[in-house]
Design a protein around this ligand. Structure first.
Ligand SMILES: C[S@@+](CC[C@H](N)C(=O)[O-])C[C@H]1O[C@@H](n2cnc3c(N)ncnc32)[C@H](O)[C@@H]1O
Length: 244
């Protein structure tokens, strides 16, 4: 499996917002991801799409949006204009930014579209571009007990009508392995009342028990680096974005 392609997201860019803005679980997920990030200073929205999460970051001093889909970037530029959000076409597996550039990095609903082998590479890149005490917040689709019981696939082409070509649904331990020392909470509960309240008060426990449509890893880069001394992030060669 090679993961998701920019062409797929180009094709979905026009209709992307309509479905998401009507979905309370999606909304709860990005709001909690932003709340756990505490955006301030120079912020990157990595895999920004049309900017639905980016709009909650505008309180920061400087906001950057990166995506590998040209059409997604067109939508975000239309939404904010170049003055408010600096956009860049690029790949989360090879970020086109110098080391330690950002105070905060948000990665909302992106890593689930990367093949397994590329996920660690992306996590390493996210940490590389963060300042030593920078903060990150990463939300992904959860391979929850409910989905497992209902027979949802773990990875591959998902069902549903939005046309996405590849999804990898994470267990809590798979996400924890990518971001050691991060806190992990469950977020997004279809048909549960007061879901933001549940997320805030019981999200960590619910993640440990395997519940929640999404899971969210958040924390501070320095702690990540200490837990990942074995991961070398130095001397990486940079190649220009070529897409796939
Ligand atoms: C589900 S959308 C999420 C968009 C936005 N973060 C949100 O929450 O609404 C996934 C986004 O990630 C982008 N994406 C997927 N794989 C990527 C990669 N390897 N590098 C950069 N962007 C990627 C897609 O183009 C798409 O815009």
């Amino acid at each position: 499996m090679i993961g998701s392609s920019p062409a797929t997201w180009d094709a979905m860019a026009q209709g992307y917002d309509a479905e998401r803005t009507a979905d309370p679980v999606y909304d709860a997920c990005i709001r909690q991801a932003v709340a756990d990030l505490h955006p301030a200073g120079t912020v990157l929205d990595c895999g920004c799409g049309t900017g639905l999460a980016t709009r909650h970051l505008l309180c920061a001093d400087s906001v950057h949006g990166l995506d590998f889909s040209r059409q997604m970037l067109k939508q975000i530029r239309r939404r904010f204009g170049a003055r408010h959000v600096k956009t860049m076409q690029g790949d989360v597996r090879e970020l086109p930014y110098p080391d330690a550039m950002f105070d905060c990095v948000l990665v909302a609903n992106v890593l689930q579209h990367l093949a397994r082998d590329d996920q660690r590479r992306a996590a390493t890149e996210i940490m590389r571009v963060l300042k030593p005490d920078g903060r990150f917040s990463v939300s992904v689709h959860h391979y929850s007990v409910e989905k497992q019981r209902a027979g949802w696939i773990k990875e591959g082409k998902p069902g549903g009508k939005d046309g996405c070509d590849y999804i990898f649904r994470y267990t809590r331990s798979e996400l924890a392995a990518l971001f050691p020392s991060a806190r992990i909470r469950a977020v997004g509960f279809y048909n549960w009342p007061a879901q933001m309240l549940i997320t805030r008060t019981a999200g960590h426990t619910l993640a440990r028990r395997g519940h929640g449509h999404m899971i969210l890893a958040y924390g501070v880069a320095r702690k990540f680096a200490q837990a990942n001394l074995s991961v070398s992030i130095a001397n990486k060669s940079r190649r220009p974005f070529r897409g796939r």
